[in-house]
Design a protein around this ligand. Sequence first.
Ligand code: NAD
Ligand code: TYD
Length: 351
Amino acid sequence: MQKKLLITGGAGFIGSHVVRLFVQKYPDYHIINLDALTYAGNLENLKDIEHAPNYTFVKADITDAEAMSELFATYTFDGIIHLAAESHVDRSITDPNAFIQTNVMGTANLLSAAKTTWKNNYEGKRFYHVSTDEVYGSLGATGFFLETTPYDPQSPYSASKAASDHLVRAYGNTYHIPFVITNCSNNYGPNQFPEKLLPLFINNIRNNKPLPVYGDGKYTRDWLYVIDHARAIDMVYHNGKNGETYNIGGFNEWQNIELIKLLCVKMDEKLGRDAGTSAKLITYVKDRPGHDRRYAIDANKIKNELSWTPSVTFEEGLSRTIDWYLANQQWLDHVTSGDYQKYYNTQYAHS
Ligand code: NAD
Ligand code: TYD
């Protein structure tokens, strides 16, 4: 019998890579991609697989409880990989409500629909919540986030993701829904909406626009190539233990300013510009309120238990990422028109 797998948020950045991986790797699964197609969701991301016989797209909003119940009743999914979310910290500072609605209420709706549909028959079922390392808060100069690190979210985005993680665990504990959660570090790669650091800066360099570095630029993130996150999701979905959490990271910490300088060097090379041209665009701007100083993941649990390690070096991933954005200017132009332009003008108004 064909397995029916719901992937939410599959038209977004990470979701589209996960959908592609599953559609291509598991022809015997029926992959149902549910996405509301917000500003961040783009079916252009999935053009290459949209006609695959084992793939169906459903446009729906996870905040619509009735629609979720109906969808679950129609398909009685075997599993869910839940990625749909509002995902950008800066937007969460401007409009926290949208984050609470989608990330908290939306996740609650999916859990409730799963519980009702599966009716205590959980054999072979799995609810997989894709979460973030930001739920752990901010690190000082040393130390790493472990799966046991207490939650200490600092932004409306991370608080809403923490709340949804808690709900998933509560449904597991109370109703025995089989679940897994992964908390991943910053992803980069093709198809990321150019409001996040790397695609925004690549696009700005291409257009000779300032590179707005928040605060002193000495904030640290741990970067992972998106394809390696999708590989980890595949491994955890199939081999992770019920009720467990796995941290996923790149073993790859960078201070923002060092990463930006490296990006500038690479962009000069790729664009055939004189060395130092792009770095002149670096502009220090007002800091993000409540900006977390450092994220760093200890990913040894998934490495030791599931034999996952990143397959793409940072040098290779960054090079592939820049090449993709330079080769896909039409994609960038499409997603940066209209509403995004308004957001950009407001977000960076006082830079
Ligand atoms: P994204 O913003 O690129 O994509 C989110 C997708 O969810 C979009 O396609 C959007 O249309 C859809 N969506 C939003 N609200 C919806 C709703 N109410 N109903 C249905 N669909 C809706 O995000 P991303 O960067 O791909 O992140 C995906 C998931 O991974 C999120 O849960 C995020 O918290 C998590 N995550 C992201 C990162 C990262 O670095 N980007 C790191 C760790 C975890
Ligand atoms: P971002 O890509 O928004 O991811 P997150 O906030 O989830 O880590 O930002 C990555 C880092 O880059 C973060 O420290 C904020 C910083 N940043 C800037 O300095 N300027 C910018 O314009 C953006 C979008 C981010």
